[in-house]
Design a binder for this molecule. Sequence first.
Ligand code: FAD
Length: 281
Amino acid sequence: MSEDTLRLSFEFFPPKTEEGKTKLTAVREKLAVFAPDFFSVTYGAGGSTRDNTKNLVTQFNALGTSVAPHLSFGGDDEATIKELIEEYRTAGIERIVALRGDMPSGVGGSYQLVYANELVAFIRQHFGDAFELEVAAYPEIHPQAKSYDDDVRYLKGKFDAGADNAITQYFYNPDAYFYFMDACAKIGIENPIYPGIMPIINYRNLTRFSDSCGADIPRWLRRRLESFEHDPEALRDFGEEVVTELCETLLEGGAPGLHFYTMNQSEPVASIVRNLGLDDL
Ligand code: FAD
């Protein structure tokens, strides 16, 4: 695959404070120089960031580079979600990352999560082809999946419902991605599946997050990162090297592009993009 057809995207989360928003605007500007295909903005569990996500998406979309909101039904009814999608269409948004999402903390009882394939079908039913639809994929398998095969089959269900592409949960073992791609091909999935890339910035945050979302940090990597506990600069340098090599392996093995979880920081991602020579796409 030639470099100019590789897809590049950068993910943000909506900041809670005005200071965070100002910082993120600067981060967006620094990453926009790489001419990504799109930025994306996450959606809090249960719709908790509905307005913040919408405001950031519309604000950034007006600056030029296209922006994709992440979306799940959360606790909302169909009319509310339909209205939100209408607003996105009116604002010129052309891509949505469609998710089931997770249970917001502190709720239980009758709270029902709506599977991502149902949200994809809902968007296609009411909005036709107005949006390019991305869904989530899990090379190391979703933590609640009944089995490997079930999870791959449910991914196919999302494509059958009308999704165009998938973006993966992050991982550090490229074989997990390649094996997953083979499993997807075997059941007839032909849509692009973009690896999600998490730069290594902070060891404690990374392990906490990885444990909760089911992303594996291989033992050798965990032990090496532990040894940098009191040297954050060395950890970042080592992390940059490891993640750059991961990206190289993925692209050499045929990955159609990369989606970066930026954690609202420009430099770790920018360094990797430059190392990969993707800064002049
Ligand atoms: P689904 O695809 O619906 O799958 C959820 C689980 O149910 C899986 O175990 C699957 O095997 C199973 N399943 C799927 N379909 C069916 C079905 N029809 N019947 C029975 N079982 C089924 N979370 C957020 O809160 N906000 C975000 O913005 C956000 N962005 C993300 C972006 C990416 C690229 C990724 C990879 C994850 C993101 N997440 C986000 C996390 C995601 O919400 C969680 O992983 C969530 O638990 C699953 O969402 P999903 O869309 O993958 O669910």
